[in-house]
Design a protein around this ligand. Structure first.
Ligand code: ZN
Length: 110
């Protein structure tokens, strides 16, 4: 747990590779002690995704908490990443699908 965020390795990969690994048009992915980031992202977005994936590696997998921590540390990068997602139809569709799955799962549990 003593590992510093900046020492957590994040590898830059082509977007196709990340897409097939994550199953959706992801900007980044974290697994155990490493992470990956799409190499074609704009610099500010890429930097933020690297921070985001490092937080996943260090603190766990919760998306909301990871976004809060990353957003507090790098608000401008968080905004740039949010805008990049809004502008990208593939990512918008993926988020809409996930939201639907979440709603469906909630309804089933009641
Ligand atoms: Zn994440």
């Amino acid at each position: 747990m003593g590992v510093r965020l900046r020492n957590i390795p994040i590898y830059s990969v082509p977007k196709e590779r990340l897409h097939s690994a994550a199953g959706f048009p992801a900007y980044g992915l974290a697994f155990k002690k490493y992470g990956w980031v799409r190499q074609d992202l704009p610099p500010r977005v890429k930097k933020h995704v690297i921070l985001h994936e490092r937080i996943h590696v260090k603190y766990g997998r919760g998306e909301i908490l990871t976004n809060l921590i990353a957003g507090a540390r790098d608000p401008r990068g968080w905004m740039a990443t949010a805008f990049a997602t809004i502008k990208d139809p593939q990512r918008r569709a993926a988020y809409a699908r996930n939201a639907k799955l979440l709603l469906f799962r909630k309804r089933k549990n009641i």
